[in-house]
Design a protein around this ligand. Structure first.
Ligand code: AMP
Length: 293
């Protein structure tokens, strides 16, 4: 496993892998502080591809000024150790100026899909995400890139980005990895006080309750959202930011659920920590396979 810091070295290594060695490349973009969720993506990349590259880059452009960029957990030594068990070929861990050279002034905006939910709560977030992924995709030119369903809106944004700008990289989406309590793994869980961590399991309990109601025939989007709100509000440590019921492909808000796939997404705060989670009802495309729009 080699750790690469320079964009030029990363480009030339992946060019060689593709051209001279004729091997397939899998890219797993991360911000580090790796946990089992990230590692599930690495495992699938390892299974599918000849060469696996994990990028570790805390992208300043996807954080708003008041957000947690400066205190986001960073520990490349620990991440390297976690990846050494997975037979990863390269870790790409560039400093910011390698991704954004002096005078950087080109941004990528995925319109509409970026504007609601996380985009509304975190203005500029998806512009930062789409921009960094464009740079990474152009440096690495991977055959496959791996993303988690945990960040549902991000999966839609990245699929749209790849389609619209004709990147030659296929996007693979994998299911959310959870703790036994149901809490979705997240690097930000490290911020949680033990009591808040216990309390945060309410999110998935509420989502599962909604899923059960849907299975029993409930098709009123507002009723489902209200049910989730009531469950979460019963936990005094939780502060809901949004509960939304949307078309899982277009993010159109759904008042009446029909035969479309439905994304139920939640953002809530526990103490100072903001968590997101989601489930998809009536999946038409199986998570874990190539899911293209
Ligand atoms: P991050 O380091 O938070 O930017 O996440 C890097 C990738 O890991 C993204 O594609 C996330 O969606 C994915 N990811 C984060 N948490 C989980 C999880 N609990 N289960 C599956 N994938 C995850």
């Amino acid at each position: 496993m080699e750790i690469i810091n320079r964009r030029q070295r990363m480009s030339s290594v992946s060019r060689k892998v593709r051209r001279e060695l004729d091997k397939t490349i899998g890219l797993v973009p991360t911000m580090g502080a790796l946990h089992e969720g990230h590692l599930s993506l690495v495992r699938e990349a390892r299974r599918m591809c000849d060469v696996v590259i994990v990028s570790v880059f805390v992208n300043p452009k996807q954080f708003a000024p008041h957000e947690d960029f400066s205190r986001y957990p960073r520990d490349l030594t620990k991440d390297t150790m976690a990846l050494s068990d997975y037979n990863v070929d390269y870790i790409f861990a560039p400093p910011a100026e390698e991704i954004y050279p002096k005078g950087f002034s080109t941004y990528v905006e995925v319109e509409r899909l970026s504007e609601q939910l996380e985009g509304a709560a975190r203005p500029g977030h998806f512009r930062g995400v789409a921009t960094v992924l464009t740079v990474l995709f152009n440096i690495v030119r991977a055959d496959f890139a791996y993303f988690g369903q945990k960040d549902a809106q991000q999966t839609l944004v990245v699929k749209r980005l790849v389609r619209d700008l004709a990147f030659d990289t296929e996007i693979v989406i994998l299911p959310t990895v959870r703790e036994d309590s149901g809490l979705a793994l997240s690097s930000r869980n490290a911020y949680l006080e033990p009591e808040d961590k216990r309390a945060a399991a309410v999110i998935y309990r509420a989502l599962s309750h909604a899923e059960a109601a849907y299975s029993e025939g409930e098709r009123n989007g507002k009723k489902i959202a209200d049910m989730i709100r009531a469950d979460i509000e019963a936990e005094p440590r939780a502060e809901i930011e949004y509960v939304s019921v949307n078309d899982a492909d277009t993010l159109e808000r759904l008042d009446r659920l029909d035969d479309r796939s439905v994304l139920i997404a939640v953002a809530a705060r526990f103490g100072k920590t903001r968590l997101i989670d989601n489930i998809i009802l009536n999946k038409t495309s199986k998570t874990g396979q190539l899911v293209m729009p």
